[in-house]
Ligand binder design. Structure first.
Ligand code: HEC
Ligand code: HEC
Ligand code: HEC
Ligand code: HEC
Ligand code: HEC
Length: 232
């Protein structure tokens, strides 16, 4: 992430106030000791099917040794935290389901809708955390470039002449959720919103209007292409 001009100025001012020297006590990225609890999978509002589901979460900070998990206040269980992450199998039943996690004074809640239609899919090897993360003892953070994790199993997708921006920096997870998703191809958002989350809708408006109803990927390869403008 690039630092904005304002943030840089603020840092300079802080450094000046501290006597001109660089003080290691000034933390830019936040206090790593602050308890942090988040549910990573399933995703918020995900359309789920009834039955067994796997909750994957992040738990970092002091006192995060175990996480208490329940669904709609029922079926409480306690799972161990290892390397700042945890997972727990839960049972979902028809209707509104609130998955709640608590640890070290922090809590996180996630609502999912459970119906016969479902739609959310886990990435196939999701239960084998070590396939992507190695042993949990080393923690779950995935260092850039993240594509080196993906290419352990998937063929390279950046072999053509023109490589799409986020692919160049290995950011597969800019578009794909590595744990699961309700969208086709495990996309992080609906396909019609995915591309315009980075591309100005106005600059593409002309040719999109001409091809009304067509998906962006009908004409563009999201990974790499031998043709200009990443055309298929
Ligand atoms: C197919 C590969 C893959 C599998 C399998 C997988 N993960 Fe992940 N996981 C990732 C990637 C890639 C990221 C980084 C996402 C990002 O930063 O964009 C991630 C992120 C995380 C994070 C957040 C790390 C951080 O520092 O923010 C946690 C915690 C985590 N995974 C836990 C798990 C657990 C627990 C399992 C098994 C139940 C699991 N993962 C299975 C690929 C995987
Ligand atoms: C341990 C092996 C493994 C790793 C590592 C892995 N995947 Fe997968 N991936 C699979 C398998 C198996 C499938 C299911 C293939 C199928 O059903 O045909 C899959 C499916 C997918 C799909 C869905 C394909 C579709 O047609 O719906 C996407 C997208 C995907 N993976 C992206 C990623 C990304 C991004 C990473 C890195 C963060 C990654 N994978 C890492 C094994 C892996
Ligand atoms: C800019 C967004 C974007 C990025 C970045 C991206 N993908 Fe994709 N990916 C997609 C979309 C969209 C699809 C669905 C393709 C379609 O609709 O034809 C897809 C499809 C896939 C599939 C399904 C098989 C296929 O080729 O259709 C796999 C596997 C996959 N991507 C893996 C990866 C890996 C690995 C990376 C990183 C090296 C990556 N993707 C980076 C958007 C992206
Ligand atoms: C995470 C941000 C991100 C997402 C999401 C994304 N792009 Fe891009 N895209 C870029 C960057 C960065 C570039 C390279 C800079 C540029 O040329 O504008 C690029 C370049 C392109 C280009 C080439 C532009 C040129 O002038 O050659 C096309 C076409 C394109 N993207 C289409 C898509 C499509 C289609 C999708 C959805 C599947 C998509 N992008 C999703 C960031 C993104
Ligand atoms: C019918 C095919 C088609 C569809 C659908 C399509 N494009 Fe394009 N796109 C093109 C062609 C051809 C170009 C080359 C320049 C031109 O003709 O305007 C292009 C150029 C681009 C460019 C680079 C130039 C610019 O306007 O910034 C981007 C970015 C882009 N498209 C994004 C998208 C996105 C995002 C979508 C979906 C919302 C999309 N395209 C849907 C065919 C298509």
């Amino acid at each position: 992430m690039k630092m904005g001009k304002g943030a840089l100025q603020a840092l300079v001012i802080l450094a000046l106030m501290a006597g001109g020297g660089f003080l290691p006590a000034i933390s830019i990225s936040g206090d790593p000791g602050t308890p942090g609890l988040a549910i990573l999978a399933p995703s918020k509002g995900a359309p789920m099917s009834a039955g067994r589901a796997l909750v994957i979460g992040k738990a970092t900070g002091e006192g995060m040794r175990r996480v208490e998990i329940d669904v709609n206040g029922k079926g409480k269980q306690s799972v161990a935290v290892a390397g700042g992450g945890f997972s727990a199998p839960v049972h979902l039943s028809s209707g509104r389901n609130v998955i709640r996690a608590r640890a070290g004074g922090a809590s996180a809640a996630l609502e999912v809708a459970v119906s016969a239609k479902g739609g959310y899919a886990y990435h196939k090897p999701v239960e084998k955390c070590a396939e992507c993360h190695g042993s949990a003892g080393k923690g779950y953070s995935v260092k850039a470039p993240k594509d080196s994790v993906c290419y352990r199993c998937h063929g390279r997708m950046d072999g053509k002449k023109l490589v799409h921006g986020p692919m160049g920096s290995g950011e597969c997870t800019a578009c794909h959720d590595p744990h699961g998703s309700a969208n086709k191809a495990l996309a992080v958002s609906r396909h019609d919103l995915l591309c315009v989350s980075c591309h100005d809708q106005k600059s593409s408006a002309g040719h999109i209007a001409k091809s009304r109803g067509k998906a962006c990927t009908a004409c563009h390869d999201p990974h790499s292409s031998d043709k200009v403008y990443l055309q298929r």
